[in-house]
Design a protein around this ligand. Structure first.
Ligand SMILES: Nc1ncnc2c1ncn2[C@@H]1O[C@H](COP(=O)(O)OP(=O)(O)OP(=O)(O)O)[C@@H](O)[C@H]1O
Length: 291
């Protein structure tokens, strides 16, 4: 039988960006789809604490329930029981099964979520312009400054279709950050990319992250990606999901692609590959679809 490892104590956690907001607490969450009919249990008494500013990578077999968890945090659907907190405030729980979606938690859609008919700058400024919480001039100043920080100077007046896919993805992230979110939620954003393009995306994401203290909840099937980006890796069981093993990635940030060839990186790959493989086999045996 597999051992369930508990989250490590704070003192053993690797150094993370100092962030005062964005702590997520998932407490004993259960999600059953169609409880009166097919009754599909996607999440099973799942508990997980993600400290503010952590890059938390969620790995697990196809169909195990990772997206279900992300959607519950985002407020896209309800949970059946349990609670989810953001900075101590209950997002969902008893009497409030579904969190309200909010600009404090943003799902970064990496594919085609930019308006192709608006310039990159207009795309970045769009959310705050709609909310009208800040004067227009300030919004554009902030947008330009955040774009510059993300290496997007000079692309402000281009349309998304006129810049490389790498730059477009930077624009997506900056657009999300314009709303000052506490949490960014990514659901396998780079799954269809070749490894070279992925590596460029990873470095861009980290570069932006180092300048913006935000918690990142990142789902992936790619173990190398998970270890390269994450402060911690949460390996989920086959469906219904809950953490099976939580691994501290004790490779210091800032990281660059050099770490991939380090001994520690290889050791961490070895530590996790067996657990992931074991769950993937269970999932395959249970007939889950390939994602
Ligand atoms: N609306 C729904 N109604 C019924 N079952 C659902 C619904 N949405 C998801 N499921 C089922 O819940 C389980 C978990 O799905 P989920 O998408 O959360 O898994 P996942 O781990 O994100 O999968 P993948 O890695 O393939 O994206 C799957 O068996 C899926 O078929």
């Amino acid at each position: 039988m597999s051992t369930i490892l508990m989250p490590p104590q704070a003192s053993t956690r690797p150094q993370i960006q100092t962030a005062s907001r964005g702590a997520i607490r998932i407490e004993d969450v259960v999600k059953i789809y169609d409880p009166d009919g097919a009754s599909v249990m996607a999440v099973d008494h799942c508990s997980l604490d993600i400290p503010a500013g952590e890059i938390c990578m969620i790995v697990g077999p196809s169909g195990c329930g990772k997206t279900t968890l992300l959607n519950a945090i985002a407020g896209f659907h309800s949970i059946s029981s349990g609670k989810i907190f953001l900075d101590g405030e209950m997002l969902c729980g008893p009497k409030k099964p579904q969190a309200e979606p909010g600009s404090d938690r943003i799902v970064v859609f990496q594919n085609g979520a930019l308006f192709p008919w608006k310039s990159n700058l207009e795309n970045v400024a769009f959310g705050p312009l709609m909310q009208r919480k800040m004067p227009k001039k300030e919004i554009y100043e902030k947008a330009r400054s955040m774009m510059a920080d993300a290496g997007l100077s000079g692309t402000e007046h281009n349309f998304p279709g006129e810049v490389s896919s790498g730059l477009r993805r930077r624009v997506e992230i900056v657009r999300a950050l314009m709303n000052d979110p506490k949490v960014l939620l990514f659901d396998e954003p780079y799954r269809a990319l070749d490894s070279l393009t992925k590596s460029v995306m990873h470095e861009a994401l980290l570069e932006i992250y180092y300048k913006n203290k935000v918690t990142i909840f990142f789902i992936t099937h790619d173990l190398e990606e998970a270890i390269f980006l994450g402060h911690r890796l949460v390996i989920m069981t086959s469906r219904p999901c809950r953490p099976k093993k939580i691994l501290n990635v004790d490779i210091p940030h800032p990281r660059d692609y050099g770490v991939l060839t380090s001994l520690r990186f290889r050791q961490l790959m070895e530590e996790t590959i067996e657990v992931v493989h074991e769950e993937a086999k269970k999932s395959f045996a249970a007939g889950e679809k390939e994602g």
